[in-house]
Design a protein around this ligand. Sequence first.
Ligand code: HEC
Length: 112
Amino acid sequence: MNLYARKITALLPAVLGVALLCAAPARAQSATPENETIDVEQLFAGTCGFCHSDGGRAAGKGPQLMNSPRDDDFLRDRIAGGKQGAMPAFGGAFTGPQIDQMVKYIRALKPR
Ligand code: HEC
């Protein structure tokens, strides 16, 4: 191997590393594809936390969601359809799989 080839070989991992670092933020900015998973905890805090306190662990303007006695279908329908005068509908903002993720998040809630 001549000196030039050796230099290239040594540089390659660094170049690849930089390329990967650049790709990560670019991916985060791209439009949300249909089934992309969402960071539910963060989303919940921002979108739902105004009414469902402490990440859904406590009642606020809306009821406590942790240990809900309702079944999954009810939770899903309420998130998608909302309730007139009480809770906005989120069926237009989130896809079915994303709403499923929220139901899973609610089911997994534990006291802090
Ligand atoms: C403007 C306030 C408000 C926001 C924002 C809000 N909710 Fe609600 N939510 C309510 C109220 C009020 C109820 C109770 C409705 C009723 O009387 O049945 C409720 C009920 C629910 C229920 C059914 C629980 C039960 O036992 O009846 C679920 C699940 C739920 N919300 C999830 C969410 C999620 C997930 C978000 C965010 C994507 C969200 N909510 C955002 C006010 C809100």
